[in-house]
Design a protein around this ligand. Structure first.
Ligand code: HEC
Length: 163
């Protein structure tokens, strides 16, 4: 009886070891270029999302569109772009939280002021405010030690949306 019992416990133990070994080998995935292991894939996704420069390229495009939307008095399109600048910034802070503090004046003053002016639907007020808005971009650039990237109000139109 004792022999049967010890044989049985040996069997249970070997089964447990077998199970544990089954789980240890690293799971690999077939992907086109993302990598094979979970860690490789996660690292590549993070890298491909880029840091703040990706955010800024999007913001710069939307800043330009916003300007010409205002010049066209296409207020719906202006608000659309303003809102997407805000969203792009927020997504950027998820990737680079250390940038958030310097953008305080942009997020809680420049963007809400721009929203108010867009709601007024007055081109002169918009133009006036756009100068302040641009200065707010540059304030953050100075605070983040990239003052050599000076944002200037667009002079030429590069946009596909026309009113
Ligand atoms: C956090 C505060 C902050 C605010 C607000 C901000 N920027 Fe930037 N911007 C940066 C930083 C930091 C960089 C450099 C990014 C890097 O090194 O990855 C940058 C870079 C840029 C670049 C160069 C991107 C490239 O790689 O080609 C442009 C263009 C730009 N910003 C435009 C703007 C415009 C337009 C606004 C306002 C609508 C603005 N930025 C507001 C922080 C800010």
């Amino acid at each position: 009886m004792r022999r049967i019992l010890s044989l049985l416990s040996l069997l249970v133990l070997s089964f447990a070891i077998f199970q544990a070994c089954q789980n240890t080998p690293q799971e690999t995935y077939e992907t086109e270029w993302l990598g094979e292991t979970k860690q490789e894939i996660v690292n590549n996704i993070e890298e491909q999302f880029q840091g703040f420069s990706g955010t800024m390229r999007e913001v710069a495009y939307r800043y330009n569109e916003l300007y010409w939307a205002g010049m066209d008095e296409n207020w719906e399109y202006a608000e659309y772009q303003r809102e997407h600048i805000e969203e792009a910034m927020e997504q950027g802070f998820v990737r680079r939280p250390e940038r958030e503090a310097s953008s305080q004046q942009f997020m809680s003053t420049a963007l809400p002021q721009m929203e108010e002016v867009i709601q007024m639907g007055n081109k002169e007020r918009f133009q006036e405010n756009f100068t302040r808005f641009t200065a707010s971009c540059n304030t953050c650039h100075a605070m983040e030690a990239v003052a050599f990237m000076t944002v200037k109000i667009p002079e030429e139109r590069h946009t596909v949306i026309h009113f």
